[in-house]
Design a protein around this ligand. Sequence first.
Ligand code: CAP
Ligand code: MG
Length: 435
Amino acid sequence: MENYQDMLHYYDPNYKPKDSDIVCLYRFETEDGVSFGEGAEQIAAESSIGTWTKISTMKENIAQTLKPRIIELNEDKHTAKIAYPIELFEVDNMSGILSSICGNILGMKILKNLRVCDIKFPKEVVTAFPGPEHGIQGVRDLTGIYDRPFTGTIIKPKVGLTSDQHAEVAYQAWYGIDGQGLDIVKDDENLTSQTFNPFDKRMELTFEQKNRVEAETGTKKMYLANITHSNFDEMMRRSDVIKNAGGKVCMLDVVTLGFNAVESYRRKNTGQIIHAHRAMHGAITREPGFSISMLVLAKVYRMLGVDLLHTGTAGAGKMEGSANDTLILVDALEKDSIKGNDADETLDQEWYGMKPVIAVASGGLQPAKIPEVVKVMGNDIVCQMGGGCHGHQDGTAGGAQAIYQAVEASVKGIPVEEYAKDHPALQKAIDKWGV
Ligand code: CAP
Ligand code: MG
């Protein structure tokens, strides 16, 4: 027993990963007295077959068939790539997979920090998950909007309005001024079913307004109602309420709900478009120290089957994340394959035909920022703004029109300051928030 455990080293730079291996890119530093190589060995062990000491139960065939290989160690960059044989995992169990490669290792004492930068999922894993039911094309077909980004607002204040007030603000946002309004109205992530705005009443009144505005404008509108609940049965009931009211979209707070609830909801095949809000992701993704990148989460949520996901605003809004950070997420969500890049700490990824997800730019945006956001993120996005709509001098309707006009400017390639000269709603937005 001692012999082959003594030989159970994971570092194997000559190993060529199999197509079926899961490859992880980790960035880490070790505590004083622990070499970088030893840190990598321990990460490989703890995330697969090993533990902190030699064990009497280890079998030679386990060590030989299931051990991962450290294929790259870069002490200067503090990174290691580890290839895990697919047999270590249950391919269609995301929670199980993440408990291994994003699990205990984040709590190990010998590490000063550890970031899971990226995971390359092989075909066996990607195709074991449903992916988005609708994806970009499905949402475009539903709305008949093909040539521009979608526009949306989050009803503000986040919580506090009554159901009647909520529905009235929704109408203003959808209709705007002279029918120049928004495609999407969204509940905020912390609006569920509070006493002052109970879910069922809000659905009844807001869908009434949606029907009204669709009849008045002859356009299709979307209401992204939040069905987040820690009780799955109640979440399903709320999904049914929306479906019965003619709603096509349900919003999930995917991080607080957990991977199980997100995939389980997707696998119910309700036919609903899934809008994924990522509240709480910052606790997982933000710190460079012990963390898992948003890129990893974005890939996971694409596999679990969301149709839209918040990605940040390419640096144009109130939340952290540079233009490049957002672009990496947009690529992971919207492309069919990605080429990894050392500088960005990313790996190759194939999607094997899995539908793409719409990236949602939200958080501190305002109308004049739309062209800048579209320039980085492309057309297949939602430009969504709460404060940047309801904070307009002419209220929600004026804000909605300003967003509408900013998108027009963006599509026509005319600078917003220029376009604003004969578009007063946009001009007022610029007067208040600048460009
Ligand atoms: C935007 C938003 C979103 C943020 C979250 C909000 O409102 O609805 O929750 O976008 O960040 O409440 O802040 P504002 P992210 O337009 O008023 O900022 O999208 O990065 O997950
Ligand atoms: Mg919000």
